[in-house]
Design a protein around this ligand. Sequence first.
Ligand code: HEC
Length: 153
Amino acid sequence: MKCLFKHAVIGAFAVAFAGVAAADAAEDPANVIKYRQAIMRSHGTHLFPIAMVVKGEVPYTEHVAAHARAAHAVSLMLADVFPEGTDIGDTRAKPEIWQDWAKFEVAIKALQTATGELVRLAESGDMAAVGAQLEEVGKACGGCHKPFRKEKQ
Ligand code: HEC
């Protein structure tokens, strides 16, 4: 029994590693697009709950710093998820991203700075300041969407 179990475990690892290898190799544009759209949505997943706390709709002030850190962590992934060739398919990314990558990077940096400050304020526990900073974060989202994201069809 013990031996069987061991084999099962080794088998499971082998499958897991094969999966990892495949993921390393794959940069299928359609999957990258899906992945980055999920990442984008996860910003909202963390910022919306912060807004609820700040407005006093729920009492979970001790969650706010963790949400802020999650949003900041996601902002640090953005430069990775726009490889060239991912402007075609089921995406609202504008070709301007790759035509003016330097400007796009500035927009990424603006969000990273805004969410970094959100973390700092959240950790200080000053919910009024967190609320004000949420607006700055929102501006950084819009500051990229306006030039670099197509309107919904
Ligand atoms: C540096 C540019 C940039 C920043 C900053 C940015 N976004 Fe985006 N966002 C995009 C682009 C480009 C798309 C379109 C992606 C696609 O369709 O492939 C997008 C798409 C989205 C979507 C739609 C995802 C879907 O399901 O298709 C949401 C929601 C979103 N962003 C929320 C946010 C929020 C909230 C913030 C700020 C916290 C933010 N974004 C910051 C560039 C940015």
